[in-house]
Design a protein around this ligand. Sequence first.
Ligand code: BDR
Ligand code: CA
Length: 295
Amino acid sequence: VLKLYLDCDTGVDDAVALAYLLASPVDLVGIGTCNGNTSAVQAARNTLGLLQLADKSDIPVAIGEGAFGRGAATVHGDNGVGGVVLPSGGAADPRSAVELLKDLARAHSGELHILITGPCTNVAQALSEMPEISGMVASVTVMGGAVRIPGNVTPRSEANIHDDPAAAAAVLGAGWPVTLVPLDVTMQHRLSVADQAALRAGGTLLHEAVADMLSTYFDFYEPELGVREVPVHDAVAAGVAVGELTPSDAPQLALRVDLEGALSEDASAPSSVRAVLALDRPAGPVILRRILGLA
Ligand code: BDR
Ligand code: CA
């Protein structure tokens, strides 16, 4: 089974992605948290709480490096998970997220897959401390960017790239196989209030907690979308990373990240990445069924 390191800024849709991965046939060998939707410390608390609800506290969770910046309390609530009170969970791993990732890359050399659902800070730091890691990792999937549509933080930039553009540029340009899952595709794949009700009825504490935190996310997206639906960006990226979601349009694009965090096509960019622009079927039902254990 696929060995996966998740780097996240947990976050409502990060939580959906985590619930999806915990129900998938993957070996989640470690989780690092980064500053983004909330602080790396709070993201670790959220992650540890979710793992506790899933009875998966054996998965190491390590806190990431870097300074906390913008945050996204209006999108994800003050605690990152829509105000839902999670159990305190186990202790964070004593290593930093960067150390954890480097250790996992050595332990699973050639086999480790990386999924980034927050800013690329930790993974870029690991690349700078251990450049050979780019040849030791099987694949890198990044939820981020807005290639051919407007961004969600500025008209040109998407949150994960915006919050650490230099890190994103380093990860996209490292020469390892990167799949980018931008807003172009994630905005199209959503959960509805009916899906929330199905999740709540799923029968576990994790289902209930994730269903509850979606309410804050609906509140944020409803005025923009005109319907009570939410794009589950990070869970879409998770589905692509583990191969359950199949792209129908995934061109190899030369992309450049600028200091504002805008990511644009530029033929002279130093490297190219595969950008998933469309999927072959709606991801929402796939993600929901998997989380509910029906897949
Ligand atoms: C991304 O930004 C965060 O707010 C979400 O968790 C997702 O990773 C979407 O732009
Ligand atoms: Ca995220």
